[in-house]
Ligand binder design. Sequence first.
Ligand code: TXA
Ligand code: MG
Length: 332
Amino acid sequence: MSHWNDNAKSHNTRRMDAGPEAIARAAEVLAEGGLVAFPTETVYGLGADATSGQAVARIYEAKARPAFNPLISHLPDLVAARVQGDFNADALALARAFWPGPLTLVVPVSSACQVCELARAGLESVALRVPAHPLAQALLTAFGRPVAAPSANRSGRISPTSAEHVMAELDGRCQLVINGGPTAVGLESTIVSCLGDQPVLLRPGGLAREDIERVLKRPLAIAQADAAIHAPGMLVSHYAPEAFLRLEARAIERGEAALDFAGQLGAMAPFSAAFADLSPRGDLREAAANLFALLRKLDASGATRIAVAPIPDFGLGEAINDRLRRAAAPRA
Ligand code: TXA
Ligand code: MG
């Protein structure tokens, strides 16, 4: 990528393995207004003090984000989240059912909300999440303030599910990367807005829609395509590998790498430039966890095209297909 602003590349990025020392150092860096990449159960996040406009500005700079899109603020528990936002009955029910976990709730800002305008992109609502990863939990508890954290990749690129991915994306662009191994869920959180009577699915993700609707006892509305908020995860071309993606592939064509699911293309694997199966046993949860890492691996093979087998569109398959369509979309 040639267009990013290399002013952001000014740090000596330190990498630390998970542990009390890493947590203490990370809390210090956040308190100084710096950037820390840390694991959550979904993907690695690039965190900053959500209450500081200057700290949050560094996130956009490091990621070379094209616009100030609103960010998710992370909290250690529901009690801390309720300080920042007003929870209606739906939001409370969802938080109680799924936090800590891969769900983000967009709620109206509370009168005591500390999340800065920049992290909210000036909106009167705020996106809140309580992550389930023990390291994220420890960091949020140690820091004691909300942490704004988008995925720890440069804008428009594949989200990182390991510390190695983060280093490949952001070495020199943040102070610290905490290594907590590969992430369990592998897809960003599901985002639901609870601003009115009708909860709206803003982004499919690591928590399946069916699970959410079971708790709400009614269907989620779908966000309008022309909604005022253009979240980065909602841009058409996003999560883009270098290679072109051919979706719904029933066969591997000459020169293609292949991303399979449940062995559909397995018989042709020897004829592919590179081959990986998201889940040989056809488990959508396993497929979600492997998605970004395997896309990266096939992309690194140098193949110019990746054939992707059909993925079922229920459960976590909805989010997997959403990310694949964005990765396959024509580049801006
Ligand atoms: O799994 C995740 O959610 C990861 C990890 C690090 O927690 N974080 C993440 O953050 O994906 P990010 O910044 O890439 O996603 C932010 C999304 C935006 O796409 C936007 O749609 C939504 O959150 N968002 C944030 N504030 C909002 C608001 N006030 N109204 C509507 N959408 C909002
Ligand atoms: Mg992202």
